[in-house]
Design a protein around this ligand. Structure first.
Ligand SMILES: [Zn+2]
Length: 151
C-alpha cells in the first residue's frame, strides 16, 4: 500500500526488526538509483511545540526549514519515511539538497539491504531557528562516520 497517513512509501520497502528495540526500513526488492522511496507528510510544527511531544513522536520528527519540523500525524499509522535510520554513508537521500520531504535512492540498493539516510542534512546552514531534536552515537561503521550525530 503506497499511501499511508498522508505519506507515500514505495511498495519496494518493508519494516524489519533489527533488534528487539530497533527497527528499520529495508528493500524487499532491488531498487534503481534515482527511484523515489518516500515522500513524507504530517504536521508542520515549530520547535517550541515539537519539544513538548512524547519522545516516541519527537524522535521520528525532522527539521524542514525555518525552525519547523515534520511530525507524524497523531493517532495514525506512521509511514516508513519517518523510520529510515541514519548512516554517515547513506544509500538514500534528498538528491542535491533540494528536497526536504522526499527520499531518493542515491545508488542501486540490493534486495534485503537496509535503507538509510543522512540525518545531518536536516541542518540548513544559517537557519537560526533550527534546534536539534536528537543526539546519539552513530554505529554505521562508515569510514567518514561523524561519531556523535545531532539532528
Ligand atoms: Zn556514522
Amino acid at each position: 500500500m503506497p499511501f499511508v497517513s498522508g505519506s507515500y512509501q514505495s511498495p519496494k520497502l518493508e519494516f524489519r526488526a533489527i533488534s528487539p528495540r530497533e527497527r528499520g526500513v529495508f528493500a524487499r526488492r532491488a531498487i534503481r538509483k534515482g527511484e523515489i522511496l518516500t515522500v513524507s507528510g504530517g504536521l508542520m510544527l515549530p520547535y517550541q511545540k515539537v519539544r513538548t511531544l512524547p519522545w516516541r513522536l519527537r524522535r521520528l520528527s525532522f527539521h524542514i526549514e525555518n525552525g519547523f519540523y515534520l511530525v507524524p500525524p497523531r493517532g495514525r499509522r506512521v509511514a516508513m519515511g519517518f523510520y529510515v535510520n541514519h548512516s554517515c554513508a547513506p544509500n538514500a537521500g534528498d538528491r542535491d539538497g533540494w528536497y526536504a520531504l522526499s527520499l531518493f535512492a542515491l545508488r542501486p540498493i540490493r534486495r534485503g539491504e537496509e535503507v538509510t539516510c543522512d540525518y545531518r542534512t536536516v541542518v540548513i546552514p544559517g537557519d537560526r531557528r533550527y534546534r536539534p531534536l536528537l543526539k546519539f552515537r552513530c554505529r554505521c561503521g562508515a569510514r567518514n562516520c561523524s561519531g556523535v550525530i545531532r539532528a
